[in-house]
Design a protein around this ligand. Sequence first.
Ligand SMILES: [Zn+2]
Length: 131
Amino acid sequence: MLRHAREKLPKILITGERFHPPEPEVVIEGGQTHIVNFREIGETLGRDLKLIATFLSKKLGTPYMITEKEKKLVLTGRIRPELIKPRLESFVNTYVICPVCHRPDTVLIRYKRSLILKCNACGAETPVPKI
Ligand SMILES: [Zn+2]
């Protein structure tokens, strides 16, 4: 029953007007912080992993690397999950959700020197800050 229900869920979940990206799974190992489901987050958001990583790294003020095979995000330092979640949400709100129709069916386009969020649902083109 549960399995059946899960299969029926669309890839991108929309609850009302809110879009819910996967929760970051944060594991602190030694002096590093790993987001183990980072690849899944990138796939759900339809965004380049490096772009998301650069954004988080800048907001958290810590260098990052992405592991070769599993595409985990590794941040330097011990960073509490409570600090990572709102930054990821802020990425989603700025670089994924269309500000006009609030849907996540968007693509990021580099145009000349700017970055534009183009919505496939309503056609809006919104300039967004460069990362
Ligand atoms: Zn839109």
